[in-house]
Design a protein around this ligand. Structure first.
Ligand code: GNR
Ligand code: NI
Length: 175
């Protein structure tokens, strides 16, 4: 396993539309392993392959919560070629962040519940209902597969402000 570099704004790769995973190969498993290590190290609760510069429709996630003993058991999940097949009319608001937009958090409104279809690492297709943080996170990750970022849902004023801030930081870093 290896920690890979997470790309951040204004990296244009974040705007790519990722390609379907055709087959779960050893390389795909290795990528998923590396994505978990990268995600836990960050730390984050979800990661899309494009965030480690791989334009593939592959997502890792771990929404493990503390149990009654105050202990957290990892609950790693992989979603390959995920699709939203239906969304609730009811909406919910969460404060979102993104590892590709470090240290920036804003409230985003999204459908409260979604039904998803995805393939797992064994190549098996599943359908599942998501709500709460799971619904928000899977929508945030599927957006990444389509080149969409959570700041795209903010007012133009807020979005322009954050885009400029990261463009400036990149220029300063480049000297
Ligand atoms: O770690 C993350 N936390 C988070 C919080 C609220 C809504 C979405 C997320 S996903 C984010 C990691 C990330 O950038 N995934 O693409
Ligand atoms: Ni993100």
């Amino acid at each position: 396993m290896a920690i890979r570099e997470i790309i951040i704004l204004p990296d244009k790769q974040l705007r790519l539309v990722s390609k379907p995973v055709e087959k779960v190969t050893t390389e795909i498993r290795k990528l998923a392993d590396d994505m978990f290590e990268t995600m836990y190290d960050a730390p984050g609760i979800g990661l899309a392959a494009i965030q480690v510069a791989q334009p593939l429709r592959l997502i890792t996630m771990d929404l493990a919560k503390k149990d009654e003993n105050g202990e957290t058991k990892p609950k790693p999940r992989v979603f390959i070629n995920p699709e939203i097949i239906s969304s609730s009319e009811e909406m919910s608001i969460y404060e979102e962040g993104c590892l590709s937009i470090p240290e920036y958090y804003e409230e985003v409104e999204r459908p409260a519940r979604v039904r998803i279809r995805y393939t797992d690492l064994d190549g098996k297709v599943h359908e599942e209902d998501a709500d709460g943080l799971f619904a928000t996170c899977i929508q945030h990750e599927i957006d990444h597969l389509n080149g969409v970022l959570f700041v795209d849902y903010l007012s133009k004023l807020k979005r322009d402000r954050v885009m400029k801030k990261f463009a400036k930081a990149a220029k300063r870093a480049a000297g």
